[in-house]
Design a protein around this ligand. Structure first.
Ligand code: ZN
Length: 280
């Protein structure tokens, strides 16, 4: 959006345009004021529930009226992006939340608003009953597998990032759910299959994480006296073997007296922890 200023707000004279620092900028010849225009910051909130649904609002007003979007709005002066996201969420849905993490930042030119910097947070629903407010005619949770088309590119992109961030966790939860229901193991539903894939893919990350843990923890000081390279080699060998164990047919075999499935459960929690620590 390139609205030209007519008058200088410092001296009231007409504003011209001039190339300054390689860009055409508004410039007041009378008082020498250069006008620097910057993108506008916008925030959005992804608020999930325990059923793998996320909160959307139906926009009441133009632009994009009658389209679904994440609770979103412009950052005001004297507030942080985090405060803005929580405020917009409350204004549009009447719920209060806590910031979980930053999910996405996105520079985007919007034909109506111009250059925007879009910041999306994952927010945990803390309190308040869901009810549409301010600019929203309806608000409700949608299953992530049945989301309507969202009004903003930035929203679509942030949701995609959110889904990617949950992919491993949800796949593992699903395989455990099948286990808990007591269904018989088949080659397909064994959680170890999922875990095996993740361990194979992330063996070096898991090893590095483990290394930095044992090298800094006081109960495992003796590792610090050995060469980083040799510990790494041994650790990655163990982790690779572990992946082989859990992928062995008939996953009920025992390692050190406990079943492989229990091992899998223990390691899953660690892997999830490691992956969480990698998340932006
Ligand atoms: Zn002026």
């Amino acid at each position: 959006m390139n609205i030209k200023r007519m008058f200088c707000h410092k001296c009231g004279n007409l504003v011209n345009q001039k190339e300054i620092e390689k860009r055409i900028r508004d410039f007041c010849q009378s008082c020498g004021t250069i006008y620097y225009d910057n993108p506008l910051p916008v925030v959005s909130a992804i608020v999930p529930n325990r059923k793998r649904e996320i909160l959307l609002v139906l926009r009441e007003r133009e632009p994009y009226s009658n389209q679904w979007a994440l609770p979103s709005g412009f950052v005001e002066l004297n507030e942080s992006v985090e405060q803005a996201a929580l405020r917009e969420l409350k204004e549009e849905t009447h719920i209060e939340g806590n910031i979980v993490k930053l999910l996405d930042t996105f520079s985007h030119y919007n034909r109506i608003y111009g250059d925007l910097i879009w910041v999306t947070f994952e927010i945990k629903h803390q309190s308040g009953k869901l009810r549409a407010g301010d600019d929203a005619s309806e608000t409700r949770f949608f299953p992530v597998s049945e989301l309507p088309q969202l009004a903003f590119t930035a929203n679509r992109r942030a949701v995609e990032k959110y889904l990617i961030s949950k992919h491993d966790l949800w796949t593992m939860q699903d395989s455990f759910k099948r286990l808990e229901k007591g269904s018989r193991f088949t080659g397909k539903n064994l959680p170890s299959n999922t875990l095996f894939k993740i361990i194979t893919r992330d063996a070096h990350i898991i090893t590095e994480n483990w290394l930095s843990e044992v090298l800094t923890h006081r109960s495992t000081k003796h590792y610090a006296r050995q060469s980083h390279n040799s510990i790494y080699k041994r650790a990655i060998k163990v982790i690779s073997q572990f992946a082989d164990w859990i992928n062995r047919p008939g996953g009920h075999a025992k390692i050190f007296g406990i079943t492989i499935e229990l091992w899998v459960k223990i390691v899953v929690t660690r892997v999830i922890y490691y992956r969480k620590s990698l998340a932006p």
